[in-house]
Design a protein around this ligand. Sequence first.
Ligand code: 13P
Length: 283
Amino acid sequence: MLVNMKELLSAAEEGNYAVGSFSVANMEMVLGVIQAAEELQAPIILQIAEVRLKQSPLSVIGPLMVAAAKGAKVPVAVHFDHGKTKEKIGEALALGFTSVMFDGSHLPLEENIAVTKEIMTMAAPYGAAVEAEIGCVGGSEDGSEDIAINCTKPADALRFEEETGVDALAIAIGNAHGNYKSTPKLRFDILEEVERITKTPLVLHGGTGITPEDFVRCAKTGIKKINIATATFDSVENTVRTCYNNHAINGYYDLQAAEVEGAYQNARRHILIFGTDHRYTGE
Ligand code: 13P
C-alpha cells in the first residue's frame, strides 16, 4: 500500500530501526525490491533521483513506482531523491510521490533553508513529506561529480530544524555516494551530537559499502532512512553476468528474471541488516 514517508519514519523512531530507501531504474528493480519487502513483511521506500531521469523519464517510471506501491502487501512510500529543480519536484508531487527531497547542500545555509521552506509549501497540499540535506555527502548520486565530503555541523542541523520543521534531514558524517575506495570511517561523534540536540528523523545517504555493524549503529543513533542505490545496480548487473556465465539465460525473459532476482537479493540483504523485517504485521 502507498503510504506517506512520515508514517514510516515515525514507526522507525518508535521501533528504533531504519527504513531502507532503494533507488530503482526500471520495472524489474521495482518488482525485485517489492518482492523482498513483501516476503520479509518490511516497510520500504522506493526512490529515484533527479539525475537518473535521463535514463528513466519521470513521466514513465513515476506512475510505475506509485502503482507498484499501491499494489504492494506492505507499506511503501515513493520518494523523489535529490530533487534539484522545482519543476521536477512539482511533477513528482503531481504524480503522487509521497515524499520529495530538496538537495540544497551546495547552497549557503540561509538559502538552503529558504528554498526548503518553499518546497515544503509546494508539498503541503499533497500531504507529502520533505527531506533536506545539510553538509555535503561525498560524490554525486550518478557518479558524474566528485563532490568533497563536508561534514554537517550539529549547530546547523539544529538551526535548520528550528527554521524549517522539515520531515527528514540528510546529514554528512563521512558518507559518500557510489562505491567507496576504502571502508568509510563514519563520524559517529557528529551523528551522536546531532541526534542529541535535534528531533528530526535523520537520513544516511551513500549506503553502498557501509559495513553491517555501522548500519546498525547508525540505525540506533537517529538514522531512520538509509539510501541504497549503487548496490542495487551492481547486484542486478552481477546477477545477470553470473547467469550468462552459467548459461542460465536463454532468451529475454530469463534476462528479465535475472534482473528482478538481483534487485531482490540486494533489498533482502539490506532489509535484514537494517532490522526492518517483520515490522509490518498488518492492521
Ligand atoms: P549509494 O549509491 O552509495 O548507495 O548512495 C545512494 C544514495 O544516497 C542515493 O541518494
